[in-house]
Design a protein around this ligand. Structure first.
Ligand code: SAM
Length: 270
């Protein structure tokens, strides 16, 4: 193992005291497709669900699309059938689910080291993936590397706002039950995203934030919402309390899902 990779492993292990590599492998092994189950039900009046919003940030008909940390490839159906679509993920369970759903083009690969040629893609995207990379800048550099000049990048990331006043007590009860919010290895806010885009050599960044709403109509929705959070180190009892707190919102409740979409381009060669 090279010195750089060894350093990456240390960074993974030490990040917030959580061995994220192991946690994410176990979590997605047990819960393949869970992100799609939540995001497909999360809606905004103008944008539809978050996948449709992310898709709208990319050109209408790219020939070659790279999707990094693709999970079970929920974006695949939003592109034409004849698109050359490559979905990279480290979870065999996610990729197996994708294939069983007829979403072809799965590759077992790390977002930090995409096994793809330079400048091969018209569009590169990552939906809810970049903040999971040990070093998000390296992952973004990889996405920039595989983009052809003139190609487009689109990222979907968690955000802290927009929120509505009524969201605050709902989130507070969830956070109280879990003794803290859901965790992520990295936080990528708008300012950091702009810096990273510049460092990766991409241009014309556009950053937007939207509040989607996840309806809590039943106990099953409450269970899904809590299960979909990364909660390393929390006990079963704390998770049960969080589910109970959300169950009280049913049948007409909702949870906010604030998300950030980042798009940018690789400058075309004159
Ligand atoms: C929150 S899920 C998002 C999945 C999908 N993109 C979506 O939006 O539904 C994050 C995904 O990132 C994958 N992942 C985490 N770290 C990764 C890495 N270093 N390289 C590739 N995939 C990774 C996980 O296996 C998981 O499938």
């Amino acid at each position: 193992m090279g010195r750089e990779r060894a350093a990456d492993r240390c960074a993974t292990v030490s990040c917030m005291g959580v061995d994220w590599e192991r946690y994410l492998a176990a979590y997605h092994g047990e819960n393949p497709g869970i992100t799609e189950r939540v995001l497909r039900q999360s809606v905004h009046r103008d944008h539809g669900n978050p996948y449709r919003w992310l898709r709208a940030g990319l050109p209408p008909e790219p020939h070659v699309v790279v999707d990094a940390a693709a999970g079970n490839l929920p974006l695949r159906p939003l592109f034409a059938d004849d698109t050359a679509y490559v979905g990279c993920d480290l979870s065999k369970s996610e990729l197996t689910l994708a294939a069983s759903q007829g979403r072809m083009g799965v590759v077992l690969a790390d977002i930090n080291r995409l096994p793809l040629a330079d400048e091969c893609a018209d569009a590169a995207l990552s939906s809810m993936g970049l903040m999971l990379a040990v070093k998000p800048q390296r992952a973004l550099d990889e996405l920039a590397r595989v983009l052809r000049p003139g190609g487009t990048l689109a990222l979907l990331l968690p955000a802290q706002w927009p929120l509505r006043p009524a969201d605050v007590p709902r989130l507070a009860s969830l956070i109280w039950a879990l003794r803290g919010p859901g965790s992520m290895p990295n936080v990528v806010g708008p300012r950091r995203a702009r810096q990273m885009i510049r460092k990766a050599g991409l241009v014309a960044p556009d950053i937007q934030r939207v509040r989607f709403r996840f309806p809590i109509a039943s106990a099953a929705d409450a269970e899904l919402a809590v299960t979909a959070l990364y909660t390393p180190g929390r006990s079963e009892r704390q998770r049960d309390q969080a589910v109970s707190a959300l169950e009280r919102l049913a049948p007409d409740g909702e949870l906010p899902v604030p998300l950030m979409r980042v798009t940018a381009r690789k400058a075309a060669i004159d």
